[in-house]
Write a protein that binds this ligand. Sequence first.
Ligand code: 13P
Length: 246
Amino acid sequence: MRRKLVVGNWKMHGSRPANAELLAAILGARPFQGDVAVCVPFPYLAETAATLAGSDVRWGGQDCSAHDQGAYTGEVSAGMLAECGCRYVIVGHSERRAYHAETDALVAAKAQAALAKGVTPIVCVGETLAQREAGETEAVVKRQLSAVIHQLAHCAGEMVVAYEPVWAIGTGRTATPEQAQHVHAVLRAQLHAATGHGDKMRILYGGSVKADNAATLFAQPDIDGGLIGGAALKAADFIAICRAAR
Ligand code: 13P
């Protein structure tokens, strides 16, 4: 039985007062049946850690460097995230792939760097609208995941995977539960073939998850929770989504 996981990806949003209000609301809404985490901008990690410490709500970063340390201006290492108490780090988000030219190989190296420091990578995969319309969805997500599986080798079973169709992110256009389930089943089969325990690994869905569609998505057999963007910034919406994960 896989425990559900809901992760808020705040992206480049937030302010100290808004964060304090949001985190207080999340803490006050516990207990949740599944696991809950927030991935916040780097400057807010220490404060988030102080606020959430001692609770069962986890926190994480939205990216990390593939390098341990060195002259990489602007980058943040997985070791630094670990020092800030991060349980998770998102790697390979489609916004990083698109705006920062991240390749499958770089995403895989980041996932490996995270695991080496004890931080669980949430590895994002997903097709663009053009790729979906060209019938390439399965090939694209399998290629993206395969790069990470090969890099992580015997540790591949420790990652969390997030299926985020690019056309569903921030558009209000959610994948139907059937569309999402189909891809999740493909990814699970791939994970199972590689690790032997794909049935124990969590595969999250992301892309316009809202309070009113979360329960139906999370009821699909291979959807183990969500990676939430816009709706993670509004306490009532995020809490409703966390409650839908059981
Ligand atoms: P939205 O929930 O805003 O569509 O964003 C999804 C996402 O990119 C989470 O990582």
